[in-house]
Each structure stands twice: as structure tokens, then as C-alpha cells.
Design a protein around this ligand. Structure first.
Ligand code: FMN
Length: 414
């Protein structure tokens, strides 16, 4: 019986353990988690979501304070179009986060950065270009373009000296999205180095509508695989979403996948950025406690725990401090929903907003408990401690379980 370790992900001459830990913003997939994946010979992702606030927390910068100071006058203004990012600060935050991770890297694996197009930051093209270019400047091994179609993203960096040496990949959830990308991108004469195919059971935002349950990862992967073969395109395919055991991974690798991308199992690793009490919520969750809803202002459905504090929260929009979801005209669906509720409840001290959430503030504060479909199985991956809580695992333990387990078994910690 085969295990994941019988396979290798090949990039040219380089061979890696075919396990990729997916990006999880905001700083849920920490540098420490990505470093473990690289040390163990696989690929780990850091995330580029909201890096100025991440570096404030980790490296004592004052980016959020500076921004708030500059735009404090606008706090009560429902119009947020004046709130802009200082591109120099975005570049500096990216450089800090990426270079610290790359300098600490040990082992044969790689560290990639997950970059979400949907972080439009009130100036989509300019801010995305700065984020991508700064990550390349700081030595990142690769960039995974996520959450969006990314039709123009390669072009934003095609004059960068590392455009052809860094690994560049995209996440898609359908053959159609891939075809669109390849058609639009043909001009840059550079194919993606890998394609992550994310199915409907993943965590975070979904590349599907609310009819996500109709779709199946294996069917989409097979469709894309066939298309690539017909087109004679030799690009590694990396399925993601609901691959919970080493045996699940092997079943994809045997069908021609180059690696698998996984995340949910690592949300309960010591190295993961979630606070310890939130990890316990993930462990405790039952199947009925996990919902897919439309409260994300991005317009994509998102999977999360039903008791996530972000649901129904009516906090004031945090755009003067954050503002990552402001579109090119300075709008965000949460601002509209919030203003509607404020107008409907004049004089109320606290309001509740049910249909949208202030995703920036809540993700930043670990109050939006996004998770994968199989989160309810996490309790089966560990032991219960005498106080009733669940034992948090090491990333190494989880990685090795994926790498070496057979027969759908999950190794419990010592
Ligand atoms: C807590 C959490 C946060 C996530 N955040 C992101 C993100 O910021 N960007 C992204 O592209 N994918 C995100 N994902 C998706 C993962 O990178 C990954 O592709 C997917 O969850 C794999 O499926 P699995 O969780 O069932 O293993 C997130 C997943 C989880 C569980």
C-alpha cells in the first residue's frame, strides 16, 4: 500500500515531498508553520493578507497607528474613498515579513506567499503590484495567486528580474477559470509553474456559489488534467479541499496529481497563528456547527464555524486602520450594511449586522473562525486531556502523518 512519501513533486531538478500547506490569512499560516513545512521537505505558505498589521504585531512597526492617525478625521464619514494605503509602507511590511521567513528557512523545502486579488485596498492594481514585487524582492521562493481570476497579475511583474526564476502558481476552482487565465496570460509567454485546484470543501473563501455542494474536487481535477494533456501542457496539478488523510492524498497522487494542498489539519498545530482558545473551538465543532454563508464583503461564500463572533457583529467599519476590502472607488459591502442598520436604529448604542461582516477587523483579531468542511474531524486527530481540552499538535506530527500514513489511519500524538 502506497503512502505520500512514495511520490515526489518535481520542479525541474528539484524534488519535494508533495505536501503543500495552503495559505491562511490573516497570519493563521504563520512563518513558523511555513518554515516547518520547508524544513520537512515540502512547501509552506505565508499569507500576504494585511501584512502591515501583522508586522506591527510581530516586528514592532507602527503602520496601523500611522494610517489611523492620518485618517482619523474620516472615522465618522460613511464615505471611505479618501482612505488610501501608503505604498511605501505596504512594501516595507511585505519585505519585513518575507525576508524574516526566508532568512530563517532551513531544509530542502520551499516557502511561497499566498496573494489574494480580492484584497483590493482602494487601488487594486497599484497595491497588488507592490505586494507581488516586494515579495519577489525579499526573496520569496514562489507566489500563489489566490481569490480572484488574476487575469492581469503576471503582467504586473513581468519586468521583475525574478519573474522567470520564482515559482508562480494560481488557484482555480474550474476548468473555465483556468482557460480564461491561460488565454489572458498568453501574452507574457510564461505559464504558471503549478495549478492548485481548490474544491468546495476548502476553508476560507470558496470559488463557487452557494450551490458549492453540487461540485466535487475529483471531477474538477480530472477535467483539468484531461484538458492539460490534450493541450500538451505539462503543469503540476495540486488538488486542495477536504484532503484529510495521507490516503486521501495518495488517491489523488495515484491519479496524476503532483502534490496536494492541505490546511485544515494544520489549524490545530502549535505553529499555527490561531489563538489557543480558538483552536479548541475548532476541535469541539460538530458537523452541524460548520456553515457556508455570504457575510464576507468580497462577494464569495465563506466557510466558518457557526459560533464565530464575526456573525452578527455590528462594529464600526475599521477602514481608517485597515481598509483591505475597499474596492477601486472606496466601497465595501459591509459599510453599506452597517450604515443601513445605523439608519434603521437611530440612537442605538449597539447594532447588529447579520448579512455582512467587517472582515478586515475580525480576521485581524481572529474573530472570524473560517475553517474547512472537515474541521469536525479534527477531534479524531488528537487526544483529550484530563481537563477536557484537546491536545494541540506539532506541525511536524501532522506533516509526517500525511507523509507516511496508510490505510486511512491518522496517527495520534504521544
Ligand atoms: C483557516 C483557513 C484560512 C484560509 N485562508 C485562506 C487564504 O487566506 N487564502 C487562500 O487562498 N486560501 C485560504 N484557505 C484555503 C487553504 O489554503 C486550502 O487551500 C484549503 O483549505 C485546503 O483544504 P483543507 O483545509 O480541507 O485541507 C484557508 C483555509 C483555512 C482552513
Amino acid at each position: 500500500m502506497k503512502c505520500v512519501d512514495d511520490f515526489r513533486l518535481r520542479f525541474g531538478k528539484q524534488e519535494l515531498v508533495p505536501i503543500v500547506i495552503g495559505g491562511m490569512g490573516v497570519d493563521i499560516s504563520t512563518a513558523d508553520l511555513a518554515l516547518e513545512a520547508a524544513r520537512l521537505g515540502g512547501i509552506g505558505h505565508i499569507s500576504d493578507a494585511m501584512l502591515p498589521t501583522v508586522t506591527d504585531r510581530r516586528y514592532d512597526t507602527d503602520f496601523v497607528k500611522d494610517k489611523l492617525q492620518q485618517y482619523k478625521y474620516n472615522l465618522d464619514n460613511p464615505n471611505k474613498s479618501a482612505v488610501k494605503f501608503d505604498l511605501g509602507q505596504v512594501a516595507e511590511a511585505t519585505r519585513l515579513h518575507v525576508s524574516h521567513a526566508m532568512e530563517a528557512k532551513r531544509g530542502e523545502g520551499m516557502i511561497f506567499i499566498n496573494c489574494m486579488e480580492k484584497l483590493t485596498m482602494n487601488a487594486p492594481r497599484e497595491t497588488l503590484a507592490v505586494r507581488l514585487r516586494s515579495a519577489l524582492d525579499a526573496g520569496i521562493d514562489g507566489i500563489t495567486l489566490a481569490a480572484g481570476l488574476h487575469l492581469g497579475s503576471f503582467a504586473l511583474i513581468e519586468d521583475h528580474p525574478r519573474f522567470r526564476d520564482a515559482k508562480l502558481g494560481i488557484i482555480v476552482s474550474s476548468l473555465r477559470a483556468l482557460q480564461l487565465f491561460l488565454r489572458k496570460n498568453a501574452r507574457t509567454n510564461r505559464l504558471p509553474d503549478y495549478i492548485v485546484v481548490e474544491g468546495p470543501l476548502a476553508g476560507g473563501h470558496l470559488g463557487f456559489g452557494m450551490d458549492w455542494a453540487k461540485y466535487d474536487l475529483r471531477t474538477i481535477v480530472n477535467e483539468i488534467h484531461q484538458y492539460l494533456q490534450t493541450e500538451h501542457l505539462d503543469i503540476p496539478l495540486i488538488p486542495a479541499g477536504g484532503i484529510f488523510t495521507g490516503s486521501d492524498a495518495v488517491s489523488f497522487l495515484e491519479e496524476g496529481a503532483a502534490a496536494v494542498q492541505v490546511a485544515t489539519r494544520f489549524t490545530v498545530a502549535h505553529e499555527c497563528g490561531l489563538p489557543r482558545d480558538v483552536m479548541q473551538e475548532y476541535f469541539k465543532a460538530g458537523e452541524d456547527d460548520i456553515v457556508v454563508n455570504t457575510i464576507s464583503p468580497t462577494g464569495y461564500p465563506m466557510r466558518m464555524l457557526k459560533n464565530t463572533p464575526a456573525i452578527g457583529s455590528g462594529i464600526r467599519p475599521g477602514c481608517e486602520s485597515y481598509g483591505y476590502l475597499l474596492d477601486a472607488s472606496g466601497n465595501c459591502a459591509y459599510i453599506d450594511a452597517y450604515n443601513r442598520e445605523v439608519a434603521a436604529h437611530p440612537g442605538a448604542k449597539n447594532i447588529s449586522v447579520m448579512d455582512k461582516t467587517c472582515l478586515c477587523t475580525h480576521m485581524r483579531n481572529y474573530k472570524c473562525w473560517t475553517c474547512g468542511h472537515y474541521t469536525y474531524r479534527l477531534k479524531d486527530t488528537t487526544r483529550r486531556l484530563p481537563d477536557g481540552s484537546y491536545q494541540v499538535l506539532s506541525a511536524e506530527h501532522i506533516f509526517h502523518d500525511y507523509q507516511f500514513s496508510t490505510d486511512n489511519k491518522i496517527a495520534l500524538p504521544d
